[in-house]
Design a protein around this ligand. Structure first.
Ligand SMILES: [Zn+2]
Ligand SMILES: [Zn+2]
Ligand SMILES: [Zn+2]
Ligand SMILES: [Zn+2]
Length: 294
């Protein structure tokens, strides 16, 4: 390790320590050299503990001198400086923090600041450690540099992690939208099914109406034919009765007259027959079987 880096390592710590020391001086009383207690400001602008300046001026009646600049004031004027009081409290807290940090960052072996970092051993070391036998051949750098380097490395790791995180967040939100999407799809399909079945019911009703009215028409049709057949058979019966009476009359006549029979009577039972009632129904059924058999 170069000597300049070792010096640089201590430089920033030293300037912080100097600033804190200045603050401690400003927050101290020039009489007791302790932190100011109940600070009061006198005419010249200097501050002291209320008790210290009171004691300093104890035996004086007039012309009160400042313990720092010797400027005298005619009156015993002590104004409390509350703002400075708060600053004193802050300086005390800073000193406590500094002490704590110093205790934590001291080498347990040499009681020097752990201002360096050994890469081989991956640990903070002090200046004496760095030149000791243990770490002499090791790669050692100022702690701040090593911290910065590790910080950069960690930040490099952070970028892909953040990318992954965003990706997962996107996936999650898209997954969270899926139930709603599914609900929409199911509702749309449900409406489609309802509409389709309404249409089917409507068509079935239509078909039912058509078949029922066709059946009624066929019934009326057959009834009409049956009535016609019955009327026809009535006519036929009347004709035959008339013919039978005629034949009976012929039988009672003399031989010559009896021989003058109408050709109709000689044709006998083989003559053209009228369709019977049953035949009429059957023929009607065969003609309309499609509707009646349903
Ligand atoms: Zn004092
Ligand atoms: Zn003064
Ligand atoms: Zn050490
Ligand atoms: Zn080492």
């Amino acid at each position: 390790m170069a000597e300049t880096s070792l010096l640089e390592a201590g430089a920033s710590a030293a300037s912080t320590a100097a600033a804190l020391e200045n603050l401690q001086v400003e927050a101290s009383c020039s009489v007791c050299l302790e932190y100011l207690k109940e600070p009061v400001i006198i005419e010249c602008g200097h501050n002291f503990c209320k008790a210290c300046i009171t004691r300093w001026w104890e035996d004086l009646e007039r012309d009160f001198p400042c313990p720092v600049c010797r400027k005298t004031s005619r009156y015993r004027s002590l104004r409390p400086n509350r703002q400075l009081g708060s600053m004193v409290e802050i300086a005390k807290q800073l000193q406590a923090v500094k002490r704590k940090i110093r205790d934590e960052s001291l080498c347990p072996q040499h009681h020097e600041a752990l201002s360096l970092f050994c890469y081989e051993d991956q640990e903070a070391v002090c200046l004496i450690c760095a030149i000791s036998h243990t770490h002499r051949a090791h790669n050692v750098a100022p702690l701040d540099d090593a911290t910065q380097e590790y910080k950069e490395k960690l930040q490099k790791c952070l970028a892909p992690l953040e990318q992954k995180l965003q990706e997962i967040t996107r996936c999650k939100s898209s997954e969270e939208q899926k139930p709603a999407e599914l609900k929409r799809l199911v509702e749309s399909r449900r409406q489609q099914i309802l509409t389709e079945f309404e249409e089917l019911h409507r068509r079935l009703d239509e078909e039912q109406q058509t078949l029922l009215s066709r059946l009624e028409e066929e019934e009326q049709d057959i009834l009409q034919r049956l009535r016609e057949n019955a009327a026809h058979l009535g006519d036929r019966r009347r004709d035959l009765a008339h013919l039978a009476a005629e034949v009976e009359g012929k039988c009672l006549q003399s031989g010559f007259e009896m021989l003058k029979v109408r050709p109709l009577l000689l044709r006998g039972p083989s003559g053209r027959a009228q369709p019977s009632f049953a035949q009429a129904v059957l023929s009607a059924r065969s003609a309309h079987s499609s509707a009646l058999l349903l």
